[in-house]
Design a protein around this ligand. Sequence first.
Ligand SMILES: Nc1ncnc2c1ncn2[C@@H]1O[C@H](COP(=O)(O)OP(=O)(O)OP(=O)(O)O)[C@@H](O)[C@H]1O
Length: 250
Amino acid sequence: MTPKSTISGRHGEVAVAAEGLIKRFKTGRTTIEVLKGVDFDARHGDLTMVMGPSGSGKSTLIAALSGLLRPDEGKVAALDQPNLWKLSDGKIDRFRLEHCGFIFQGFNLFPALTALQQVTTVLGYQGAEKGEARQRAKAALEEVGLGPRMNQRPSELSGGEKQRVAIARCLAKNPQLLFADEPTSALDGENGQVVVRLLRRAATEHGAAVVCVTHDPRLEAWADRIIRIEDGRILEDQRRTPDPNATLSH
Ligand SMILES: Nc1ncnc2c1ncn2[C@@H]1O[C@H](COP(=O)(O)OP(=O)(O)OP(=O)(O)O)[C@@H](O)[C@H]1O
């Protein structure tokens, strides 16, 4: 893995904070308000779970927090940016590339690239020199237990292995903000457990602020904080002590 960098020193500090987020979608003649004035923050070193029923606005919230989807109202302060959505589109893209990692249910891997190439390509976009990218990519793949599989393409990997490649790609960047949207929902219990443990480690060992959207109540055991959202509003914000020995049974 890359050196732990200064971010691990920031455990407990707020990494991203939103105020008064409102997001509406127009479909035909109707407008639905999906986020209804959401205040939210997530801290370095925390695994923050965002839970709530389908359609409650979870994915919309992380898209607005991470610079993927512009809210209609409200602001997002992220790392040293007091208002992310005041930046130009190019600067928001740059911010995401430099500081954010994403893990989605569908893995989002390039079909033609090996596991190693998936990771080096992203580091290359970030400006890493070839040899360094390779070395960081190998270390990240070893960290997720894929050292022996790094020359396989996605079609030759299981679902759990593909999600681990996606996590290695994300960890190699050493992102300060890590957003995961239903990262375990396509996986069986055993692979889901590997993935949630890696998210836990990204928070504890790398000091990332990990924000994980999930339906799955079994993941709560690993969380430092659970935020429940329903119908575009935060209903509950609970701090807890994670259980490092938790298991995901079927
Ligand atoms: N681009 C869009 N255009 C119109 N409506 C949208 C759009 N994106 C999301 N929605 C609607 O906004 C609501 C919230 O969607 P969102 O994906 O944030 O919910 P969620 O809590 O993540 O749901 P799930 O758990 O099912 O993924 C849903 O009713 C959805 O249909």
